[in-house]
Design a protein around this ligand. Structure first.
Ligand SMILES: Cc1ncc(COP(=O)(O)O)c(C=O)c1O
Length: 390
């Protein structure tokens, strides 16, 4: 048996590795508190589950769905975008439901990237942008996101020989892993840059609804010319605690939406219809759960950021996303620091290097663990720090 050379280009998926280490320890009976994975701990709101159960009992939903998604879902997505962002979308041409946004984020690279083509990829960044570029035969060109620049890429510093070969520009705000946000003025700059260099923009925006202190994250599509050059990926995963149900969407430029549809319709047969109906309920039903969850995350954010600064890490209060991006003390690599926390405090965090070399010197902590576990995690970190001071 000979596997494709394509697969050799991939390092092991970071989270698989982390989970493996944590599982090993748990199997040995250790109690590990994990801040490592960004997966909401709170359940999907009950009215959404009720609709899912009802839809699951309808035999019409037991048959193949259409890859293009239920027209009623496309309409619900368009209406949600209008209500939330004031953006008007044609549900027939500018909306494509996805099997979770990761599915579309992974597949869009194959619609643009041929061998040797370049994708402009933020670093640190969600690993799928660079991995899908590599799988499609292309090369990621990393755009450093630095604290000095508020974790926004400096587009003007990209050399001409790179922009000449680049086809895609990846953006992600509110950002994983840094928790940074971008304003409309930045999106405007990005759209003008993309038009000037004939690039397509993919804005990955699954965290717009996880926001604190009254902050309201914008959509790329609020820039009037954005749909000439870009699409936005969004998701029900983080907004409605629906990571396990696998449903998201791409919206925006019709050519990009059509290309993604053509690609994926050859590979998948759509999203189970009962899940699409649950998604319609999520998008059109009561929205109170979003604010309720944000209140919980905000309380956790405040406690954790304070504790991290108390133990000598430098962490900012993020305005959005459920991630804390913390600068580790000098003298450690992020993997060394992560390993020390796992071994000495039984606390799991994600090493920044897992998001690319620009993530070195940082760790990422997620707020998606129950309050009592978060409190216990914080007291373990404080205890570990006190012991080190002695
Ligand atoms: C930046 C980013 N994009 C996309 C995804 C994938 O989300 P989904 O559950 O919609 O596939 C994640 C999940 O963690 C993410 O952090």
């Amino acid at each position: 048996m000979k596997l494709s050379q394509r697969l050799d280009k991939l390092p092991p998926y970071l989270f698989v590795e982390i989970n493996r280490k944590i599982t090993e320890k748990k199997d040995r009976g250790e109690d590990i508190i994990s801040f490592a994975i960004g997966d909401p701990d709170m359940p999907t709101p009950p009215h959404i589950i009720d609709q899912l159960c009802k839809a699951a009992r309808d035999p019409a939903n037991h048959r193949y769905p259409e890859t293009a998604g239920l027209p009623e879902l496309c309409l619900a997505i368009a209406r949600w975008y209008h209500k939330r962002f004031g953006v008007t979308l044609d549900p027939n041409k500018e909306v494509l439901p996805l099997i979770g946004s990761k599915e579309g984020v992974g597949h869009i690279s194959f619609c643009f990237i041929d061998t040797g083509d370049i994708a402009l990829v933020p670093a640190p960044g969600y690993p799928v942008y660079s991995m899908s570029t590599l799988l499609a035969g292309g090369k990621p060109y990393f755009l450093p996101l630095t604290e000095k620049n508020d974790f926004l890429p400096d587009l003007e510093s990209i050399p001409k020989k790179i922009t000449d070969k680049a086809k895609l520009l990846w953006l992600n705000y509110p950002n994983n892993p840094t928790g940074a946000v971008a304003d409309i003025a930045f999106f405007q700059k990005a759209v003008h840059f993309a038009k000037k260099h004939n690039l397509a923009i993919c804005h990955d925006a699954p965290y717009t609804e996880v926001a604190f202190d009254g902050y309201l994250a914008p959509s790329l599509l609020q820039v009037p010319e954005a749909r000439e050059v870009g699409i936005e990926f969004h998701s029900l995963s983080k907004t409605y605690n629906m990571t396990g149900w696998r449903i998201g969407m791409a919206v925006g430029n019709t050519r990009m939406i059509d290309a993604l549809f053509r690609f994926k319709s050859n590979l998948d047969s759509g999203i189970p219809k009962a899940i699409q109906q649950a998604a319609i309920e999520a998008l059109t039903g009561p929205q109170d759960s979003i604010a309720e969850h944000n209140t919980v995350y905000q309380r956790r954010r405040d406690k954790l950021v304070k504790a991290l600064n108390d133990i000598g890490l430098r962490a900012r209060l993020p305005k959005a996303s459920f991630y804390i991006w913390a600068r580790i003390p000098d003298g450690y690599t992020s993997v060394e620091f992560t390993t020390e926390l796992l071994e000495k405090a039984s606390v799991a965090v994600t090493p920044g290097i897992g998001y690319g070399s620009a993530g070195e010197g940082y760790i990422r902590l997620s707020l998606t663990l129950p309050d009592d576990r978060l409190d216990e995690g914080i007291s373990r970190l404080l205890k570990w720090h006190r012991a080190k001071q002695k």
